[in-house]
Design a protein around this ligand. Structure first.
Ligand code: DAS
Length: 333
């Protein structure tokens, strides 16, 4: 029986990092497969090195290239794609790959580098390859597989700096897991429609608002030429009243997306009416990120803007993504 073929694209990160003492990305995709040589029931793997970079050096242009490589590989018969990259920005990369139409794609990495005790890279990679080869994962968009859990790209977050269990989906929980080499999905998501993103990407800062925030950062941005803005606001989407004029002014000029910094739960829409409350801000043209956190929302906004979306198109996209499924037992979003 022929084994399914999966493409492994490596971008770098801890999973590929070596060194004496402090480590840096240096291994390529073929080397990542070395420890899996005797692992049973893995798909056939084709390899491609794109970067040997730390998470923070990965660009959206890199991910556009990964999506292109994935589409070409699918035409040539691969059933899925596994991308390895640093975990620090892994959730954003995975979501970008979904919106760029790279799916089905599984993104993984490691919390412990190959030279450390209990290195998790080989197990994460083996699980990711199994998930990518599994027929039930073909229409789920982008997934993240870490620590034997399968997460939807849109929900997953890195929640710890060092733990192998750093990845969680606070909004919805994992979709499933990999146990004894078997992929077990408990629930499903539907892949999101691709956005016709066209680099170059405009500047889209992400500003987090804090207690007694002086508003200096937002004020400075108001004077700059940004393509859009994501505001990560406390609670259900609230800022001090003194931030309102600059946000209202920005929202008249560019799409400004309002996300919650809580990490779980949607931006509210009808609860707080004080100046700077969510009712006030949404009434001034800010767009609610729904249940997407600020980093996921920023990825979506960047891609939408590069596709030529205006404020109303951005608002329509975020509203549609946040619709609960008609049958919650079948799919999320
Ligand atoms: N946190 C490290 C990693 O998992 C570094 C990085 O993200 O590049 O790869």
């Amino acid at each position: 029986m022929t084994r399914p073929r999966v493409l492994l694209v490596s971008l770098g990160g801890t999973i590929a990092s070596t060194g004496e003492g402090a480590v840096s990305p240096s291994l390529g995709a073929a080397e990542l497969l070395g420890p899996l040589v005797d692992a049973p029931d893995l798909p056939e793997v084709e390899v491609r090195d794109l970067r040997r970079a730390a998470s923070v050096e990965v660009t959206l242009e890199d991910l556009v290239e990964v999506a292109r490589v994935a589409r070409d590989a699918r035409r040539e018969g691969t059933v899925g794609l596994v991308v390895t990259q640093g975990t620090d920005t892994l959730e954003e990369a995975a979501f970008a790959l979904e919106l760029l139409g790279a799916g089905p794609v599984v993104v993984t990495g490691a919390m412990r580098h190959p030279g450390s005790l209990g290195a998790d890279g080989p197990a994460n990679l083996a699980a990711a390859l199994r998930v990518a080869a599994h027929p039930a994962t073909r229409d789920l968009g982008a997934l993240v597989v870490m620590n034997d859990e399968v997460h939807a790209a849109r929900f997953v977050r890195k929640t710890h700096t060092a733990s192998p269990a750093a990845f969680a989906s606070p909004v919805a929980g994992p979709l499933g897991d990999v146990v004894e080499g078997r992929v077990r999905l408990r629930t499903r998501v539907s892949a999101l429609a691709p956005i016709d993103a066209r680099p170059p990407f405009p500047p889209v800062p992400l500003v987090t608002v804090a207690l007694d925030d002086d508003g200096l950062a937002l004020g400075a941005l108001g004077a700059l030429g940004v393509g859009g803005l994501v505001v990560e606001a406390p609670g259900g989407g609230h800022v001090p009243a003194r931030h309102v004029p600059v946000l209202a002014d920005l929202a008249r000029r560019v799409p400004v997306v309002l996300a919650s910094r809580t990490g779980s739960g949607p931006v509210l829409g009808a609860t707080y009416g004080y100046p700077g409350g969510e009712v006030d801000l949404l009434g001034r043209g800010l767009v609610a990120a729904g249940s997407l956190d600020a980093r996921h929302a920023r990825v979506a906004l960047l891609l939408l803007l590069s596709a030529g979306a205006d404020r109303d198109a951005v608002a329509a996209w975020f509203a549609a993504v946040d619709q609960p499924a008609p049958d919650p037992s079948l799919r999320y979003h």
